[in-house]
Design a protein around this ligand. Sequence first.
Ligand SMILES: [Zn+2]
Length: 296
Amino acid sequence: MPRSANKPRSSSSRSSGAETKKWAIPAAAAAGVLALGGAAGVDAYYNNGKAVDTYQTVVRNGGVLTPPEKAAAAPQTTPTDIPVILLDPGHGGTTDKSRVDPVTNLGDRYNPNGPEQIEDWAVAVRAQAKLKALGYVVHLSKESANQGMFLRERVDKAEAVGADLAVSIHTDHGQPFSWGRIFEQRVGGCRGSEPKVCFTNENTAALSQTYAVAMQKSRTAAEGRPVEITVNSFDGRAPIEPGDIPMVQLFSDIPWVYHEIGANDGLNEAEQEMYATGLVNGIVAALPIRAPVAAG
Ligand SMILES: [Zn+2]
């Protein structure tokens, strides 16, 4: 058995077809994705062997590559699962700025961000509609663009609905559209000084990083220019807690991928559509619906 593990990757991945034949995405869903994405190679997401080959060509920051086999083997998904997705449009109305998170004692401060929260909401609604059409169970973290909501409450919502993946959606009005970023959960990512709280869940981090790579690829295709997986800094932005991981990701044991896109001229409808399409195609690649193939 150890011998077969040492076989060249190409031969083992190409011989995996027998395993994947039992399961396939419903034809309607696959057609829907192709129509939505329009990007060459989207259909490859449905072939585990091809997807693996594709992802292995992606070099992530830090040089750590988590192959998608980990996602496929994750306990969250079984062959008959319909993944549950939480979309988290950023910001909202004013919340209590003195709020301290009861779990971590970090300041759970989250500012409204006028034009951004409207765009975040619009992209989330577009993505939700596309995912629901494909058969996914999709929840939004809040109920309207301007609803104020603490970060802890967003994590509570993700847990309450049993999300397999949560996706935060943001725009950055200080950057041009050519700028796209993704943040992932990393062991050792921290926030705060007293207390300083760090992310420690290795399994969640591995899934978050795998899903981030899938979404990096799909967003790059949909938006037409590179999207970077990188580490954000919250230092020097008091009263926001200093550190280097978004707080929703720090708080969550659910795999959580956090997205930014440049929108210094505002995010117009065509750009909202590109952003939503990239997010959806990444989710489909990361967590495909697996259903038994009908006989015949
Ligand atoms: Zn934001």
